[in-house]
Design a protein around this ligand. Structure first.
Ligand code: SF4
Ligand code: SF4
Length: 285
């Protein structure tokens, strides 16, 4: 089972949910893997500490065009769907814009003059930590200066374990990194909060997931704060509510100290256990 924990904006409690869900699944004895897909700001390892198993350096291929062999026929530019090649035949200039290149290989395939070779470029890393014999964490981290985290997210998600429950801690927002994460999940949990910003961003996430035809449910974090606007919206849109996490100062204190609330407070262990069993039930339907 592959579950993505996502939210339309940062700071709603996405990591609180993914790390504590991971913790209860691990304690119940099932195999579980948590992939931190928020490559631009991974923070799962601030709550889960394990031993370093492996670090994989991720790379992409960047085409390099040899101006001496190039005839400026324009075929590579024609094949490039991402407008990543600039060609100015009048001044015999041709260049790849690295930030726009998606490593699709089409230009190399198109060139009949053997003018294109490829260089490897480091995009980041994926580090595996063993938390318990049945549980590990993969942390994806983008290299400074790399334009898009999408390729590294794809590489991290490809390491989902078919014999385990795999949780994707999604990047916030509803742009490409979010889509790259949720589209590979079987089920999505949207974490929101009862504030006008929470509602606005929840609506954007719901709209996106409906377009992607992804099954999803919602957890309201900091429940008790604000009014009933989220519940009213969920009712109106016939969206299932998986559970509520109360607005509780001790949750904020534990989170700020890098602690798991499911380790610190038995009532929250029971809450997350019940959330997990509901997810299992919903997934079997
Ligand atoms: S396809 Fe090859 S020869 Fe033609 S413009 Fe591109 S690099 Fe130059
Ligand atoms: S590899 Fe693909 S995206 Fe990159 S320059 Fe070539 S055709 Fe364009």
């Amino acid at each position: 089972m592959k579950i993505a924990i996502a939210s339309g904006k940062g700071g709603t409690g996405k990591t609180l949910v993914s790390t504590n869900l991971f913790n209860v699944i691990q304690k119940e004895g099932s195999n579980v893997r948590l992939i931190d897909c928020d490559s631009e700001e991974p923070n799962v390892c601030q709550f889960l500490h394990g031993t370093l198993e492996e670090e994989i350096i991720t790379t992409t291929h960047i085409p390099v065009i040899d101006g001496r062999k190039c005839t400026f026929c324009g075929k590579c530019q024609e094949y490039c769907s991402y407008n990543a090649i600039i060609m100015l035949p009048a001044i015999k200039t041709i260049q790849v814009i690295e930030d726009l290149c998606h490593d699709c290989g089409a230009c190399s395939y198109a060139c009949q003059y053997d003018a294109i070779t490829e260089n490897k470029k480091v995009t980041g890393s994926i580090t595996q930590y063993r938390i318990a014999p049945n549980a590990d964490v993969l942390e994806s981290q983008i290299e400074i200066g790399i334009y898009s985290p999408v390729p590294i997210i794809g590489q991290a998600i490809a390491m989902a374990d078919d014999d385990a429950v795999t949780i994707f801690d999604s990047p916030p927002g509803t742009s490409c990194p979010f889509i790259a994460t949720v589209e590979r999940a079987e089920f999505v949990i949207l974490v929101t909060e009862p504030t006008p910003f929470g509602l606005n961003d929840l609506k954007l996430s719901v709209e996106t997931l409906r377009k992607l035809n992804k099954p999803f449910t919602v957890i309201i974090n900091r429940f008790g704060l604000g009014n009933a606007m989220i519940e009213n919206y969920l009712k109106q849109e016939e969206i299932s509510l998986l559970g509520l996490i109360p607005f509780d100062k001790k949750i904020a204190t534990a989170y700020a100290s890098g602690q798991l609330i499911t380790d610190e407070f038995p009532e929250y262990f029971r809450l997350f256990e019940s959330l997990y069993h509901q997810i299992l039930k919903q997934n079997q339907q």
